[in-house]
Write a protein that binds this ligand. Structure first.
Ligand code: ADP
Length: 329
């Protein structure tokens, strides 16, 4: 394995009778932006903490580059973690916060300040050197936490819900910045989120977890276009999950059209239960018998050629080629 490659082998964590992470296998090549995605309690943070060494491993292995680091102390692994609560030292300046871990390693003052300043420049913090954490905004505090994690030259940076404390505007900005930083540094970022849009926007590799297991791992396009299970299709959004001829199937909502299709298409009909105007598109929900409620996302112009109204009965259709067989509902 190349330096910076990460491999999890049957990695397991149990807390008493609770299985938080159950025998997961995963390979993350060096230089990957990897997002762990899943609902609360599915084991994302526990997986990250085990990789960082902040949580012991019940069974299995963590291989980083050529080394099995499963039992290594956090500082010896070549990983760094940025926590959700930034955990800055309130009595130290920004510069000393960033340089702190180098001090612990015994670096001279000249050496650690030079390194800290280089990292601060990377995240645009130069101007705040002498400030105390309490004198910074949330976004700035987060950049300090980021700089503090990067100052150790990690092979892998772990980020646990790094954007959740930010307002929507700042979240988008920091998201772009994280991606840029990851590209510039060329190391892997492992980023925990429960937001599918965040994962889609950032990740080269999306790892979708459910109940301590990996439900699917793949590129954003893979998990969106070829969801393995109904859970993934529902979680990624934009899909209808239904049973057709006894098999679980997903159909993207933006592939469903109003009106009857040709003979080759699949046409269903039912009562219009919802119509939501969204600007470029209109979302229509139709209760289509055995198919259950089906959501159609229709381009605005097309919708207004023959608008659907609440309560009326309408046909909907899609091409059979847009039906995607799932391995489980
Ligand atoms: P996520 O990050 O996806 O929200 P976690 O990894 O935090 O999920 O938790 C996974 C499961 O492990 C949950 O059921 C949670 O209650 C349990 N868990 C996490 N940490 C502990 C702990 N220290 N003691 C007992 N159970 C825990």
């Amino acid at each position: 394995m190349a330096k910076g490659d990460l491999e999890l082998v049957k990695l397991t964590k149990r807390y008493g009778s609770t299985v938080a992470v159950e025998a997961i296998d995963l390979r993350v090549p060096a230089g990957t932006y990897c997002c762990f995605l899943g609902p609360s309690g599915c084991g994302k943070s526990t997986t990250m903490r085990m990789i960082a060494g902040h949580e012991s491993v019940t069974e299995g292995d963590i291989i980083l580059g050529a080394q099995n680091v499963t039992d290594f102390a956090p500082a010896r692994r070549g990983t760094a973690m940025m926590f959700q609560s930034y955990a800055l030292f309130p009595h130290l300046t920004v510069l000393d916060n960033v340089a702190f871990s180098l001090k612990m390693k015994g670096a001279s003052k000249t050496e650690r300040y030079a390194k800290a300043r280089a990292v601060m420049e990377l995240v645009d913090l130069q101007r705040f050197e002498t400030r105390m954490p309490a004198q910074l905004s949330g976004g700035q505090q987060q950049r300090v936490a980021l700089a503090r994690a990067l100052v150790t030259d990690p092979g892998i940076l772990l980020l646990d819900e790094p954007l959740s404390a930010l307002d929507p505007f700042l979240r988008l900005r920091v998201r772009t910045e994280l991606k840029r930083l990851q590209r510039e540094l060329g190391i892997s970022f492992l980023h925990v989120t429960h937001g599918q849009d965040e994962a889609m926007a950032l990740a080269d590799l999306v790892v979708i977890m459910r109940d301590g297991r990996i439900e699917q791992a793949g590129s954003p396009q893979d998990v969106f276009h070829r969801p393995a299970t109904g859970f993934v299709a529902r979680f990624m959004g934009g899909h209808n999950v239904l049973t057709l001829e006894g098999r679980p199937v997903s159909v993207r909502a933006d592939r469903v059209r109003l009106g009857a299709g040709t003979e080759a298409a699949r046409t269903l009909s039912g009562e219009v239960r919802g119509v939501e105007y969204g600007g470029a598109t209109v979302t229509v929900v139709v209760a289509a018998g055995e198919g259950g409620e089906i959501t159609a996302v229709i381009p605005e112009e097309q919708f207004f050629q023959s608008p659907a109204h609440l309560g009326e009965s309408r046909d909907i259709h899609w091409s059979r080629g847009d039906e995607f067989a799932l391995s489980a509902a």
